[in-house]
Design a protein around this ligand. Structure first.
Ligand code: LLP
Length: 429
């Protein structure tokens, strides 16, 4: 049975914590994202606690949800942050993140990305190629700084996940393997402004089997053992990436971070005892995104029309694929519920779609759910991760408003974009 504790039903009305989703939607309008910030912080604490038997740092993957109120709450709770661009770095710093708890990932970092991260004094770069390491070295030299680098290894492990969100197979653009990784390691001897402080991986998203992490880590350790003679200094960090699975649908079973921590403990112990591990200790880093935020957010929409067309029964919303693209892009399942329960209304089957001029602008096909009337509010669950963060203004539909529920009250975390704001950077010649 799917259960979303961040969004309880009280008196038949969906709530976020103690705040009524209906009340918030009436005041702020739709489409509207609502996040339960208290649950997000709770997830961070639970996640970090699960790894406490290991020397571990959680670097929340900012790409999952980069809204300022979310980052601010996570920074206050002591999270580290993994950023994928200078924009995410800017957001993390603005939210009060400690630069020494910020790491930078990204397969094609620009000079501007690297320069900003160097100037901020981040903890380390997750580098993905020899060329990138050389670039970081050159830019660090220019700022007269020294940078810490982890090399991302591609361990060629099948994460058994959707092909669009798997990243750890040899065919993917991410990381390095075999001889290319070895060449990148050797290159460090000639790069005085960077030090190779560790290795990392990220295998993909929605990983439900802890054994996948073990397999990836073991392969990474085999690789490090095989090139240990080439290292110019002992290693301080191993990064196992993100990707812990979160249930969106009835048939998905939650995986506990504690199970992952337990599963990898023996491999980490092996690493700690290796000749290449720093005598001050070896630190484990992980980069959860979805686990922290996915089920702590919803997208609220109003039903504009119910339209019968031939065999199909369309439920047409005022939210579209520009607001939440996951169903269109990955055929992702998102649970949809009525905000206000209706007794005796029965059930119906709908194709749930948005207003965007694309056949792909669909949230669900042939979805069986409580019968709905035009004007009803619906909530699309599991929208806290890769929802607002991946939204666009296609069809000149303004970015949705975002509301944060925290400490028993709520506030607008991001005002709805205005039409003037849509065109503010444009000229007509
Ligand atoms: N670390 C790295 C290097 C990553 O590339 C990612 C996600 C993460 C950590 C966090 O992974 P998570 O714990 O959130 O699974 N837009 C897709 C997901 C793309 C994930 C990209 N990288 C979706 O909506 O499912």
């Amino acid at each position: 049975m799917l259960h979303f504790p961040a969004f309880p039903r009280i008196g038949g009305v969906l709530h976020c914590g103690a705040s009524s989703v209906e009340d918030i939607a009436r005041e702020v309008g739709t489409p509207l994202y609502i996040y339960n910030i208290d649950s997000i912080v709770g997830r961070l604490r639970q996640y970090t606690g699960a790894f406490e038997t290991l020397p571990h740092t959680t670097c929340y993957a900012v790409k999952a949800n980069s809204t300022g109120a979310v980052l601010h709450a996570l920074a206050r709770a002591g999270a580290g942050f993994d950023v994928n661009s200078r924009g995410e770095l800017f957001r993390a710093l603005r939210a009060g993140a400690d630069p020494l708890r910020i790491t930078m990932t990204g397969v094609a970092k620009t000079d501007a990305d690297i320069d900003d991260a160097l100037a901020a004094g981040i903890l380390y770069f997750n580098a993905e190629s020899a060329e990138e390491c050389a670039r970081i070295d050159a830019l660090a030299a220019r700022q007269n700084l020294h940078a810490s680098v982890l090399l991302r290894i591609n361990p060629d492990v099948d994460a058994h996940t959707h092909p669009y969100i798997a990243t750890g197979l040899a065919e993917h653009k991410f990381g390095l393997s075999g001889n290319d990784a070895l060449e990148a390691v050797k290159q460090f001897r000639g790069l005085p402004h960077v030090s190779l402080d560790g290795f990392g991986m990220h295998l993909g998203s929605q990983i439900f089997d802890p054994a996948v992490f073990v397999e990836g880590l073991d392969r990474m350790l085999d690789f490090i053992d095989s090139i240990a003679a080439e290292l110019s200094a002992p290693l301080r960090v191993l990064n196992i990436g993100g990707g812990i699975g979160v249930p969106y649908a009835e048939d998905e079973t939650a995986v506990a971070p504690a199970d992952v921590a337990r599963a990898i403990a023996a491999s980490f112990e092996r690493a700690r005892r290796s000749s290449w591990a720093h005598h001050d200790g070896l630190r484990l880093v992980s980069e959860p995104g979805r686990y922290i935020v996915a089920n702590e957010g919803i997208l609220v929409a109003r039903v504009e029309y119910i339209k019968r067309s031939g065999e199909r029964n369309f439920l047409l919303l005022d939210a579209g694929m520009n607001d939440l693209i996951r169903p269109a892009l990955y055929e992702a399942y998102h649970h949809v519920v009525l905000v206000i329960e209706r007794h005796g209304g029965g059930e119906a089957t709908y194709d749930i779609a948005g207003p965007v001029c694309e056949s792909g602008d669909t949230f669900a096909l042939a979805r069986r759910m409580a019968a709905v009337k035009a004007g009803d509010l619906v909530a699309i669950h599991s929208a806290g991760a890769y929802g607002a963060a991946m939204s666009s203004i296609y069809n000149s539909r303004p970015f949705a408003a975002e509301v944060a529920v925290q400490d028993g009250s709520w506030f607008v975390a991001r005002r709805r974009q205005t039409l003037d704001q849509i065109i503010e950077n444009e000229t007509t010649g």
